[in-house]
Write a protein that binds this ligand. Structure first.
Ligand SMILES: *[C@@H]1O[C@H](CO)[C@@H](O)[C@H](O)[C@H]1NC(C)=O
Ligand SMILES: *[C@@H]1O[C@H](CO)[C@@H](O)[C@H](O)[C@H]1NC(C)=O
Length: 319
């Protein structure tokens, strides 16, 4: 009698336990337990756990510098599969509809660029435990070459800039470049600090003399019968003295940098000066570009930081 009773109690407890287990364990977890026991795939063990989600760069400098920094951040973030993040105060936000989110990164480890105008491939794959924080200039098209299509879509000037530039351009063209065959060539002449600041010149910054512009313009004059050179500069007085011809007009002096950039970008081809503003003017124009081969000064400290292949706009012509 006694053993039969305890037998039934044991069976009852077992049934109860099975029921409790069945009711409390959802099917998902059951499946998960089975999956967990499969041997890991080799790729699972090789992929580091990604916990970084953002990439930031320290923004400083003027328009040309900011464009390099933003575009490289854009490309680097894409490659690392994280979100490009920019400060709300970034001046570029006033000029373009950028896709980057605004905010800041938690900067534990900074990636410091070694040279300013040399592509450092390792930064394209540094995703890891922390947000990616970049310091440096990142002046190489190779950082954003694979993201060019997306980048060109978002680096379109906001409407008020576009309209302003277009109006100025049509006034400059009037009577000088009216037929549809007429080709516009933007000429950027940067002098300012590169000419007048001794320490910058020593470091390796140079600015071309008039002979470069004459030569570069001859190249386009030979090529296009009907053309107009649109000259934008921080030193219009110098330009008016040294760059002349019936086919030359000057952009007015009091424009914002972004309006000057938009005007040069609307031209088909570009005569570049030196520095990042010129580089971007040619990038926006997207046609043929001529650059000054005497920059940076050969043998200078600056020259040692520049990798020609990485820095020069692809396809641009040295003069
Ligand atoms: C990037 O931002 C989007 C939208 O805020 C978010 O859904 C996504 O998870 C973020 N990516 C990473 C890697 O954090
Ligand atoms: C740059 O991009 C173009 C097309 O998008 C591609 O043909 C070219 O190989 C790329 N160059 C490098 C160095 O990645």
């Amino acid at each position: 009698m006694r053993s039969s009773k305890s037998k039934w109690i044991t069976i009852g407890v077992c049934i109860a336990l099975v029921l409790i287990w069945k009711l409390n364990v959802p099917g998902q977890q059951n499946k998960y337990n089975i999956i967990k026991w499969l041997p890991p795939k080799p790729t699972d063990t090789l992929t580091p756990v990604q916990t970084s989600s953002k990439a930031c760069v320290k923004f400083e400098g003027r328009l040309g510098n900011l464009l390099f920094k933003y575009s490289s951040l854009f490309g680097i973030a894409k490659k690392n599969n994280v979100n490009a993040t920019v400060p709300t105060t970034l001046p570029l936000l006033r000029m373009f509809h950028l896709s980057a989110q605004t905010g800041s990164c938690k900067c534990v480890n900074n990636f410091k660029e070694k040279k300013g105008c040399t592509f450092e491939r390792e930064v394209m794959e540094i995703g890891g435990k922390h947000d990616i924080c970049l310091t440096g200039y990142y002046q190489s098209w190779k950082y954003f070459n694979d993201s060019q299509t997306e980048l060109r879509k978002e680096l379109k000037f906001k409407q008020h800039i576009e309209i302003n530039a277009r109006e100025q351009l049509s006034l400059l063209k009037r009577g000088k470049c009216d037929d549809s065959a007429c080709v516009l060539i933007g000429v950027h002449v940067r002098r300012g600090d590169f000419v007048h600041k001794e320490h910058l010149r020593k470091y390796g910054y140079t600015s071309p003399d008039k002979n470069y512009y004459i030569k570069a313009m001859k190249y386009f004059r030979d090529k296009f019968k009907s053309r107009l050179f649109i000259v934008a500069s921080d030193d219009t007085a110098w330009c008016k003295k040294h760059i002349n011809g019936d086919d030359v007009v000057f952009v007015r002096r009091n424009n914002t940098p972004e309006v000057d950039m938009a005007i040069l970008g609307m031209c088909k081809n570009t005569v570049m000066s030196v520095g990042s503003f010129s580089w971007w003017a040619a990038w926006f124009a997207g046609g043929e570009a001529v650059y000054y081969g005497g920059y940076p000064k050969p043998g200078s400290e600056l020259a040692s930081l520049v990798n020609e292949q990485d820095y020069r706009l692809p396809g641009s012509i040295k003069m």
